[in-house]
Design a binder for this molecule. Structure first.
Ligand code: KG4
Ligand code: ZN
Length: 344
């Protein structure tokens, strides 16, 4: 079977063609980074308008890459939760239109489950049950994943997502958007111990939540002082930028690693799967590898190309299809995080 997967939950317009044997026949990602760069973050209205312009050319390109005609498709899958409402709607409407025209089933994809499924795809073996850490621009969540479609939320950020903090701190340091890769690059020459930034909610292993807004504020205070917002007046030496970037990155990584290990202990699991844009971070990958090796935990981090948003991870649709989970045309978008999902 050939399945077209569509992903428009945030600011990447993506389409892929995968088979029910997990062969990837095509993958196209149209990034909107340049449209959002001057705002230092994703502007929802700009994102949905850009999706509208790009969705059909992106689907077209995916079909051409796969060497298929629309009639060769056996199903269409689309991420309908969580994400920006307007962005999700563009993908959903496109998917529904294709399903009606081609008379094929519609499959709903949970974007966070798909981020974890990227680990399953790369491992080419079963990775469940596992703790799933999803760490991206919009989400920072810890799930107990008993199967590819069975997720239960155990912890989440109570304010900003980790990626959001990377993007905002990069903007304070006048580093280009998206902030994650810029901070990582700057941090390579920095001292992670130069500044002692706060690690919120650490120390209590029963709490599996995260908080990054205080860390953001601590960086701001360090740079411009309390109550001041204007970064245009400050001039930082290259080494200072590197030191702030490295110290900030280390604080985020400390929290993500500590809470993931606490979640494994609490849930009595021995496998950790990590996905989402921030999972591309080299320091996070390095620290997770060290810590899981020390505790005999099996670690699966999505390969870099499948960390940031893409449609290949929508291959989780194959699992839904096998479980007989297809949708009616009244399928809607759900912007918020679903706390628990069951494949029945
Ligand atoms: O998963 P994703 O593409 O989109 C969402 O679903 O949000 O994640 C995007 C986020 C951005 O905040 C970006 O700065 C961050 O992932 N990111 C990184 C790295 N690469 C991307 N954060 C830290 N280090 C990186 N290397
Ligand atoms: Zn994502």
């Amino acid at each position: 079977m050939n399945i077209l997967t569509i992903e428009t939950s945030c600011d990447e317009t993506a389409a892929a063609v995968v088979t029910d044997r997990f062969d990837v026949l095509a993958s196209v990602v149209a990034s909107q980074d340049e449209l959002h760069r001057r705002f230092g973050g994703v502007v929802p209205e700009i994102a949905s308008r850009a999706h509208l312009e790009r969705i059909l050319p992106v689907v077209d390109q995916a079909l051409r890459q796969a060497g298929l005609k629309p009639e060769d498709l056996d199903a269409v899958a689309v991420a309908n939760t969580p994400g920006l409402a307007g962005s999700l709607l563009v993908g959903l409407v496109a998917a529904k239109a294709l399903c009606v025209t081609l008379d094929v089933p519609l499959i709903a994809v949970n974007h966070l489950q798909a981020h974890i499924y990227a680990c399953r795809l790369a491992a080419e073996k079963d990775v469940f049950p596992c703790v799933g850490l999803i760490v991206s621009g919009g989400h920072t969540c810890l799930y107990r994943c008993t199967g590819p479609l069975d997720f239960e939320l155990f912890g989440a950020t109570i304010d900003d997502a980790a990626g959001e903090a990377f993007d905002k701190v990069a903007s304070m340091l006048s580093l280009p958007y998206p902030g994650g890769p810029s901070i990582q690059r700057a941090a390579e020459k920095g001292n992670p111990k130069a500044y002692r930034f706060p690690r919120a909610l650490l120390g209590d292993d029963d709490v599996l939540d995260f908080s990054f807004s205080g860390l953001k504020t601590a960086v701001r205070y360090k740079l411009v002082g309390p109550g001041r917002q204007d970064f245009s007046q400050i001039e930082l030496a290259e080494q200072q930028v590197a030191d702030v970037a490295a110290s900030f990155q280390e604080a985020v990584v400390d929290c993500l690693v500590a809470k993931s290990m606490a979640a494994l202990r609490k849930m009595g699991l021995q496998t950790l799967c990590v996905g989402g844009g921030v999972a591309a971070n080299a320091r996070l990958r390095e620290r997770l590898a060290e810590e899981t090796a020390r505790h005999g935990v099996e670690l699966h981090i999505a390969p870099i190309r499948l960390c940031t948003d893409n449609a290949v991870m929508g291959a989780i649709a194959v699992e839904r299809l096998r479980a007989g989970l297809t949708e009616n045309l009244d399928l809607d978008v759900y912007p918020g995080v679903v706390r628990a999902t069951r494949a029945c």
